[in-house]
Design a protein around this ligand. Sequence first.
Ligand code: RP5
Length: 191
Amino acid sequence: MAYSKKPLVGIIMGSSSDSRIMQGAAEILDEYKIKHEDQIVSAHRTPSRLAEYAKHAEQMGFKIIIAGAGGAAHLPGMIASYTTIPVIGVPILVYNDKHPKKSDTSKFSAFGGLDSLLSITEMPSGSPVVAVGVNKASNAGIYAMKILANEFPDLKKKLKEHKSNQHNSVMKESDQLKKEGLSKFAKKKFQ
Ligand code: RP5
């Protein structure tokens, strides 16, 4: 089967406000033509949907679930408890702008994303979830590709190309920095 035939990745998030960050996972999967199905599943506002979603994910034959959540981010861990599909958690630094009257600082979580990171990574023994860094949804997309590449050799080839593109872009910047000198390079880049 070609990897682009049907959705292999389920992307879920706890709130529509998480879509701002979670789109990073979708972008990388889209770039490599990996189909994904995206939904909002709130562990505390739609708890019964958690179990339903886990069943749905298994019926759909997803190979990986990417789950993003902020604050007391229990969505990735709870989904992992319901299914054997590997879950990649994306800890989200909450930025809730649904309530226009809130001041900008109260839109952020009090612990700057560490709350979500620890909620996801500190799952008790026996029910693991792996996690990427805070807000690093694109890394979750790349990691999902890496898992899929074990099964789809053409995807492995594309990942190697991705690595060599990264190498080439650093080399290009380094050549430019060497040619222009640090002061001029940094001025051009940041001013
Ligand atoms: C979590 O609470 C969500 O994952 C989100 O990051 C955070 C805030 O949710 P909203 O109040 O924006 O819906 O459940």
